[in-house]
Design a protein around this ligand. Structure first.
Ligand code: PLP
Length: 360
């Protein structure tokens, strides 16, 4: 089998050795006589998988002791609702920094539960830059942002100063790509299917003081209930948790820490941005200082030529390069699972395509 190079925004390409290990353990995990897919979530073997996965995550992200880790379902999208349901006080309000599709959805959901103030918006600039110097009123229940915009390809390089107001961040498309100072956040959430594994699992990291009993909430939507039951109020996404464990083990083995992984990711993406900046055919419209390390949209001036390039790349085994339907063009998502050779190949194919156009 020839594996394609998958530039999808998620679910995305996993490290080959992770897939190989999952395949080797698919019929039997250890000497348990069964696969992880068949295992009771209450069994000692599975509980050990969960414990080890949380231990690795805590160690890599250096999560302080006063934070809980939850393994939930419902995708990152459910957190657009769970965050206001749990963190908005009666008659309270949230502040959101609007940076595109994902914060628009979060604003819409938040307004179903209470007041949501847009503190700053990148809309006038088509979201090609991240709003800076945002003033955070100190009467907010929390400030919400999306740290990496998967669709436009923007990324916060500096977090806003929030004072005493807890910061909530959707880190779905940047978690585990670089070190982060968890103590600066009140709550972090991320779907696993980009940088952490497969679909079906959402990781929530929440500071103890934000976990409040909210008896009026559906139990499944309550952080307090999920914390009390250690993510096992109902059957958790067992296989996805196991896959997260394999990805974390891979990061430890290949890179030791997130600083080393960040440096690898920076070198990978620099290959693409350097080429884009020198290209006469392709361009990236994001303000340079706000460029994402994970998602790189690019385009030509002609949608037909974009389509031609996507087909050309596909024939070379480079798949899912089509940009998000809301922006068009192309997008290369270069998560942890994409090796350097994959980006080298992409740049080589883009160069060849550009040269062929120049001759036409
Ligand atoms: C930044 C961001 N937030 C949230 C989501 C929604 O994630 P899910 O499909 O897991 O609900 C996505 C999906 O791509 C995303 O990129």
């Amino acid at each position: 089998m020839t594996r394609v190079l998958n530039f999808s925004a998620g679910p995305s390409q996993l490290p080959l050795t992770v897939v190989q290990k999952a395949a080797a353990q698919l019929l039997e995990y250890g000497t348990s006589g069964q696969s992880v897919m068949e295992m009771s979530h209450r069994s000692s073997t599975f509980l050990e998988i969960v414990r080890e996965t949380e231990r690795r995550l805590r160690s890599l992200l250096q999560i302080p002791q006063n934070y809980r880790v939850l393994f939930l379902q419902g995708g990152a999208s459910l957190q657009f609702s769970m965050v206001p349901m749990n963190l908005l006080k009666p008659k309270g309000k949230a502040g959101i920094i609007h940076t595109g599709t994902w914060t628009k959805k979060a604003i819409e959901e938040c307004r179903k539960f209470g007041e949501c103030v847009v503190l700053a918006s990148g809309e006038a600039d088509h979201f090609h830059s991240i709003p800076k110097d945002v003033i955070v009123p100190q009467d907010l229940d929390y400030v919400y942002l999306c740290e990496n915009n998967t669709i436009i390809g923007t990324k916060y390089k500096t977090l806003p100063e929030c004072g005493h107001v807890p910061l909530v961040a959707d880190c779905s498309s940047c978690i585990l790509s670089e070190p982060m100072d968890v103590s600066r956040y009140g709550l972090i959430f991320a779907g696993a299917q980009k940088n952490m594994g497969i679909a079906g699992l959402t990781v929530v990291i929440v500071r103890d003081d934000l976990i409040e009993e909210r008896p009026e909430l559906p139990s499944m939507m309550s952080y307090a209930v999920q914390v009390k039951h250690e993510s096992m109020f109902n059957t958790p996404p067992t296989f996805a948790i196991y896959m997260l464990g394999l990805v974390l083990e891979w990061i430890e083995t290949e890179f030791q820490d997130l600083k080393a992984l960040q440096s690898y990711n920076q070198r990978k993406v620099a290959l693409l941005y350097d080429y884009l900046d020198s290209s006469a055919l392709f361009k990236n419209e994001v303000k340079k200082e706000d460029r994402s390390m994970m998602n790189v949209p690019f385009m030509t001036d002609d949608p037909q030529l974009d389509a031609k390039f996507i087909a050309y790349a596909q024939a070379e085994g480079l798949v899912n390069l089509k940009g998000h339907r809301s922006v068009g063009g192309m997008r290369a998502s270069i998560y942890n699972g994409m090796p350097m050779e994959g980006v080298e190949k992409l740049v080589e194919v883009m160069k060849r395509f550009e040269e062929a156009q120049a001759i036409c």
